[in-house]
Design a protein around this ligand. Sequence first.
Ligand code: MSP
Length: 506
Amino acid sequence: MKPTFYVTTPIYYVNDVPHIGHAYTTVAGDVLARYKRLMGYDVYFLTGSDEHGQKVEKAAITAGETPLELADRVVKRFQALWERLGISNNDFIRTTQERHKNGVSRIFKDLLDKGDIYLGEYEDWYCTPCETFWTETQLIEGRCPDCNRPVEKLKEESYFFRMSKYQEQLLAHIEANLDFIQPKSKRNEILSFIKEGLRDLSVSRTTFSWGIPVPGNDRHIIYVWFDALTNYITALGYPDETGNYGRYWPVDVHLIGKDILRFHAIYWPTFLMAAGLPLPKKVFAHGWWTVEGQKMSKSLQNVVEPNMLIDKYGVDAVRYFLLREVPFGLDGDFSHTALVQRINSDLANDIGNLLSRSTAMAVKYFDGLLHVAVELTETDRTLKLKTEEMVTIVDKFIDEMAFSKALQAIWEVISAGNKYIDETAPWTLAKDPANSGRLATVMYCLLESQRITHCLLSAFLPATSEKALASLGWNEEVSKEGLAWGGLKAGTTITKAEALFPRMEE
Ligand code: MSP
């Protein structure tokens, strides 16, 4: 049986249309999913939409729609974008689906029955955009400490989750599992937050109606984060153990942005502990994108719309840029200049040129027919070794979510390929028929190195790699076995590759 791998993105709020922040996590999840599939895992990749709560209700009122009409309309935009971006999710969960609502009610009821959720009264400051309560001391100059917007005082009867009860158990878990929260700096933030003491958490609201009612008391709506976080198991059919839930839970990694780490590293694990369910293996928080040095916001009108980027630069250029430009886990800045530079140097020049030069020579010197490599010289062996090492290094980096390092490691082999052409000078060899054995070996090494490179790259740049592999005469499905040197067989037909990436005006 194949080992399983379950990866999730956050479920996106439908009161906003998709932007590069959303695309970022989803592309990262896709790379992980594609890579693990190619390495032989049985992968489940989940994304979806967060459709309940006051924020969505308010947006619907403003738009003159029902919340569900709004959700139906906006969710299509997310789904269409994922399709364009080549996202290979296995499922898309909407929190308005029955499968989700049933699962949430069930888990809420279990915790009520167990006494870990109880009825009490709440009075505190509430930030509607963040759907979060704050104490007086947490406010910064009377405003929300997360988004700096005004807060309002709310007093309501509320159900509470006994989060305080799980404080020590959670601390012990985080301390015993170094990888549980990543990157490390974020793990430390969470540890110190917990050490300050966890209060019980208000998990219901009575001030609006758009959500899942509390079982047995429908004056109360289940808190949107309790509702949303549970998507990671309701999508697997929880509580039914026999299907996907039994197969894929606990999740291998929840990919999220740093702003929602507390929900994933504190609330969610304690909910699961209370329900007696296994915890996620890893929660990874990535950084935020600014745009041309500024915070991305509707009011600044600088929100970067992924469809526009795809129209202008192409899907794979966008995917590449997002993961290459900034180490995953750190903040980064989006700029058109930086994107164009990456396209011209890394994509058009390095990888595109290498493939078109190599395949053009194979066609010119051997009519596209691939011959066996006779005897490898030191130079050939160096290229072969570098290619083989790349496979191991990339695996390690992907396990660490170090996508930009993985791409750098791949690009080292691409540079090595370009250098190899200069060193072996095939055009000189081609002048003398006596060198044809040597020339065939050079062509083999050059093309085989790129075949392996593009098999790996298929996780990052699926459309590009498909074209590249086709011109390299590789029609097999990419697989772990296919990453071994020697896959290309004599007699394979190589065709001249078109430019993979056109150069852009700076
Ligand atoms: N609905 C919640 C998540 C629930 S998960 C159980 C939510 N939705 S969101 O649509 O507001 O944001 C989703 C993700 O987009 C978050 O991970 C957030 O970090 C990410 N980003 C929003 N703006 C971003 C940037 N400018 N840069 C990078 N990621 C950003 O939160």
